[in-house]
Design a protein around this ligand. Structure first.
Ligand code: SF4
Length: 469
C-alpha cells in the first residue's frame, strides 16, 4: 500500500470521481443533519452510545465469553481468529467441507479485511457479491470508495454499462435509473440466492446475552444470505460485541439517522444459532482479532473500536471528499480509517504512518460521530506514536534529521540569528517576483502545491535592534 499523499494524487486529478463523490457525500450529509435534528434527545442518545461502547470495550473479555456461551447453546459454533490468515483458513476450511463451489457474500467489510475473496478463489470457490454497490465494484474490477455506497465514484451511466455487459438478460437498452439498475441486479442475483449452499457475512453487532448476529442494511440482500443457504458463516471483529438487547435499542436509533438520514433502517436482521426446519442448518461465528486487542490496549486509540460504521465522518470530511476512499486502503476509509487502520496494522510502515496526517483536524468528524469518537484527538495521539516510532529507528528518516538540525539551530540565539541571516539571503535569491515557487530537497514538498512570500531583506529582530537599541 502506498503512502496516502501518493495514493491520493490520481483521485485529485480525476474530476469525474470528485464530482460523483461530492454529490453522494452532500446528499448523505444533508439527510443525516436533518435526521439528527429531529429527536429532542439526540445528544443524550449519542452520550448513551458512547458510554455503552466504552463499557463494552472495557469488559470485552467477559462479554466475549458470554457471547461464545450463548452462540454454542443456540447450536452455533464459535471460531477464534487471531489474524486475517487464521480467519481465511477457518472460512476456507468450512467452505471446503461443504463442497460448495460458490458462496454468497454480504456486509463484507470484515471479509475484505481478511482478504477472503483471494483465499476462496485459490481454493476454487467463486464469491458472489450480493449488494448492488459491491456488485458494481466487482464487475468494474474496482476498489470500493465508500462503505455505504461502494460505487460512489462511478456515475449511473457507468454502472448501467457494466450491468449491460455482465447481465445479458437485462437487455442492451437497460436504462441508467436507480430502479431499473436495482431490478436488473435483483433478477441477476435471485437465481444465485436460490442455488447457494453457503453464505459468508459480516455483522454490525453481536449481542452477547443471546449470541445473536445483527446485520443492518437497506437492500435486503444480507437477509437473503442469512436465510436461504444451508451453511451460514459470519465473520466479525471482536469489537462488534454489545452486552444486551437494551443496548441495541440505542444503536438502532443512532445508526440509521447518522448514516443515511433514515429514522429506521429498512432491514435489521438478527440471527441466533440454528433452528430445526428454518434457515441454515449450520451457523459458524468467526471472531476476528487482527490487531484489535493491540488497539484496545491504547487508552486514547481504543475509542476507534466504538465505531458503528455509519460513515457520517466520511461524509463531512474535506479530505475524503476530494480523495475518495482508495488512498486510505482497501478496508476502512475516511477519518475512521485514518485512525483505525494504523492501530490495527501498526504505525511502523510509511503507508500506515501517513494515515494520521491525512486530515486537516477541522473536527467536523467528531461533531457528527453518533458515538462521540473524538477523531482529531486520536489523530494527534497517533501522530505522536508515528514520531516515537521514527525516533526508535537506527537510521533516522530525513524529516527527523531536519527537525534535529532545527532544534540544534534554535537552541542558541547566536546560531539562530546566523542561520536566519544566511537563510534569508538564499531564500531571496530563490524568489521570483517576491514569491518562492520551488524549494530544493525535502522542503520541495511544501512548494509542490503552494508558494510562499520571499522573506524581507531585514528581519524583525534586526529592525528592532537597529531602531530601538
Ligand atoms: S467514527 Fe463515528 S462517524 Fe465515523 S463511521 Fe464510525 S461511528 Fe460513524
Amino acid at each position: 500500500m502506498p503512502k496516502f499523499a501518493a495514493a491520493a494524487r490520481p483521485a485529485l486529478a480525476d474530476t469525474g470521481l470528485r464530482r460523483a463523490l461530492r454529490g453522494t457525500t452532500a446528499q448523505l450529509r444533508g439527510r443525516a443533519a436533518a435526521a439528527a435534528a429531529e429527536p429532542a434527545d439526540w445528544e443524550d442518545l449519542r452520550e448513551a452510545g458512547r458510554a455503552i461502547g466504552e463499557e463494552a470495550l472495557l469488559n470485552l473479555d467477559v462479554h466475549l465469553e458470554d457471547l461464545e456461551r450463548a452462540v454454542t447453546e443456540a447450536g452455533g459454533t464459535v471460531h477464534w481468529a487471531a489474524d486475517a490468515a487464521e480467519a481465511r483458513r477457518v472460512v476456507t476450511g468450512l467452505v471446503r467441507a461443504s463442497e460448495a463451489r460458490e458462496v454468497l457474500a454480504a456486509a463484507s467489510l470484515t471479509l475484505r479485511e481478511i482478504g477472503l475473496d483471494g483465499a476462496l478463489a485459490r481454493a476454487g470457490v467463486a464469491v458472489q457479491e450480493t449488494a448492488l454497490g459491491d456488485l458494481a465494484v466487482r464487475l468494474g474490477e474496482d476498489e470500493p470508495s465508500h462503505p455505504l455506497s461502494p460505487a460512489a465514484h462511478r456515475d449511473r451511466a457507468g454502472i448501467a454499462e457494466l450491468f449491460r455487459r455482465a447481465m445479458p438478460a437485462a437487455g442492451a437498452d437497460l436504462p441508467d435509473d436507480p430502479e431499473a439498475l436495482a431490478a436488473a441486479a435483483r433478477a441477476h442475483l435471485r437465481e444465485r440466492f436460490l442455488r447457494a449452499r453457503v453464505a459468508v457475512t459480516g455483522a454490525n453487532f453481536l449481542v452477547a446475552e443471546t449470541g445473536t448476529a445483527v446485520v443492518v442494511e437497506s437492500e435486503g440482500n444480507a437477509r437473503m444470505c442469512l436465510t436461504l443457504p444451508e451453511t451460514l458463516i459470519c465473520v466479525a471483529g471482536i469489537d462488534k460485541v454489545v452486552p444486551t438487547w437494551d443496548d441495541m435499542e440505542v444503536f438502532l436509533q443512532l445508526l440509521p439517522r447518522a448514516s443515511t438520514g433514515d429514522r429506521m433502517t429498512p432491514y435489521v436482521s438478527s440471527w441466533t444459532g440454528v433452528t430445526p426446519g428454518d434457515g441454515p442448518r449450520a451457523f459458524h461465528l468467526v471472531l476476528l482479532d487482527n490487531g484489535r486487542t493491540r488497539a484496545l490496549a491504547d487508552e486514547v486509540g481504543r475509542a476507534a473500536l466504538r465505531c458503528v460504521g455509519c460513515s457520517a465522518c466520511l461524509n463531512v470530511c474535506p479530505v475524503y471528499e476530494r480523495t475518495g476512499g482508495r488512498p486510505y486502503g482497501p478496508v476502512h476509509q475516511g477519518p475512521i480509517g485514518a485512525i483505525l487502520t494504523p492501530q490495527l496494522r501498526g504505525v511502523e510502515s510509511a503507508a500506515m504512518a501517513s494515515l494520521p496526517y491525512a486530515s486537516t483536524l477541522c473536527g467536523a468528524c467528531a461533531d457528527v460521530c453518533p458515538v462521540k469518537i473524538d477523531i482529531p484527538d486520536v489523530l494527534v495521539h497517533l501522530r505522536g506514536l508515528v514520531v516515537d516510532s521514527r525516533r526508535r529507528r537506527p537510521v533516522p528518516p530525513p524529516e527527523m534529521v531536519l527537525m534535529r538540525g532545527l532544534a540544534w539551530t534554535m537552541g542558541d540565539p547566536r546560531r539562530h540569528a546566523a542561520v536566519l541571516r544566511r537563510g534569508t539571503r538564499w531564500a531571496r535569491l530563490l524568489s521570483r517576483g517576491g514569491r518562492i515557487r520551488r524549494l530544493p530537497g525535502l522542503l520541495g514538498a511544501w512548494t509542490e502545491a503552494r508558494d510562499l512570500p520571499a522573506p524581507p531583506a531585514e528581519s524583525f529582530r534586526a529592525w528592532w535592534d537597529r531602531t530601538r537599541a
